[in-house]
Design a protein around this ligand. Structure first.
Ligand code: 6LJ
Length: 158
């Protein structure tokens, strides 16, 4: 768990095998580069239960590898506790946001600020689209969006 003075962020998407593990890995790389590892805790999760325990999609793994980033993530569901413990829950599209908001309304002690990761994009691309039925270039687009947004989020964490 996060230490006092440590901030925490949970990245969330539909299956936790494409977009959110990319976001988590990109965020962790930035945090490491900026020597902020002692101050940030990052994880990712799914609003569904489809892929629990699975490694990220091979296309997500190879996209990250193309950018010199590794991931050891295994898909997990968002829990009630996550809403009470994380400072930020950042998701990818309106459907994620609806699912998360509905779940957060079922618990009494929601601490997390629930936002679209894309709301931090300097290029104002609010939605990070599901690349599951797409190709390599769609994964690259997700990566570039996550990079821009995570950089901005780290600078201005609202
Ligand atoms: C329950 C019924 C659905 C997707 C994905 C889509 C579809 C995914 C997936 C993202 C990550 C048992 C599981 C949809 C992992 C798997 C196929 C259906 C999975 C959907 C709609 C638009 C764009 C993408 N659904 N798997 N099964 N995203």
């Amino acid at each position: 768990m996060a230490e006092p003075g440590c901030k925490s962020v949970l990245f969330v998407c539909l299956g936790n095998i494409c977009r959110s593990p990319i976001a988590e890995a990109v965020f962790r790389k930035l945090v490491t580069e900026q020597k902020l590892s002692d101050y940030w805790l990052a994880d990712s999760g799914t609003v569904s239960d489809w892929n629990v325990g699975r490694s990220p999609d091979p296309r997500a793994v190879s996209c990250l590898r193309n950018h010199g980033i590794n991931t050891a993530h295994k898909a997990r569901q968002v829990t009630k506790e996550d809403f009470a413990t994380f400072d930020y829950i950042l998701c990818m599209d309106e459907s994620n946001l609806r699912d998360l908001t509905r779940k957060s309304n079922q618990i009494k002690n929601c601490k997390a600020k629930i936002e679209l990761l894309g709301s931090y994009d300097p290029q104002k691309q609010m939605i990070i689209q599901d690349p599951y039925y797409g190709d390599e270039s769609d994964f690259e687009t997700v990566y570039q969006q996550c990079l821009r947004c995570c950089r901005a989020f780290l600078e201005e964490a609202r």
